[in-house]
Design a protein around this ligand. Sequence first.
Ligand SMILES: O=C(O)c1ccccc1NCC(=O)[C@H](O)[C@H](O)COP(=O)(O)O
Length: 234
Amino acid sequence: MSSVPVRTRVKICGLSREQDVDAAVEAGADAIGLVLYPKSPRYVSAARAAELARRLPPFVTPVLLFVNETLDSVRAACEQVPGATLQFHGDETPAFCRQAAGARPWMRAARIPLDAAQPFDLLKFASDFSEAQALLLDAHVEGYGGAGRTFPWSRLPTSASCHAVLSGGLTPANVADGIVQVRPRFRTLAVDVSSGVEASKGVKDAAKIHQFVAAVRAADEHLARSSHVRLPAA
Ligand SMILES: O=C(O)c1ccccc1NCC(=O)[C@H](O)[C@H](O)COP(=O)(O)O
């Protein structure tokens, strides 16, 4: 028996300042989210997103977030930020996501109702968006996202074959619990945070970013110690 260490990937979302990008990179983030939704307090233009993305070192991915944007706007933004992954966070259809993304990897937000009485079938959603690289699991909130609200993780299926990104109200205090509860249900699990590492809307707090990443690493170590998986024979 060998333990298999897993490193949970981390995305810090809603960055609009150089120093916040640098803080995310220094803390060890794997991706940064740039919100190209004009109604968001974290909005950046495609040109600004390109500027911020140019600060990234290799192997840290810029993620361009759209809400119900036009095909032309998505494509134009993609041309300015090469190597970006796309995050569709509105009411986009699978066909729109496929067409807009072309060969680029994309994620679709699954906005999970906070009210248990409202039905939500994640397995059906995953089947509809089967071409997505991952589903981003978020709370269903007014304004589409970035509200710092946690949805009941118990609403997630016990087993799904897709890659998932847990988001919605994560903080340095609850992210480890989220990873321990949710990771076993998916093929892989990454985490995504915005409000939980902010000083105010759109202004990140470097200390909170570091605390968040440290909490993720603590959860990884906990899971590596507790899950002993038999490796296939060589
Ligand atoms: O950040 C925004 O303002 C925003 C607006 C509209 C759609 C999505 C938005 N942000 C998405 C995210 O930052 C995250 O992917 C996710 O919603 C988690 O946010 P939070 O609960 O604030 O950590």
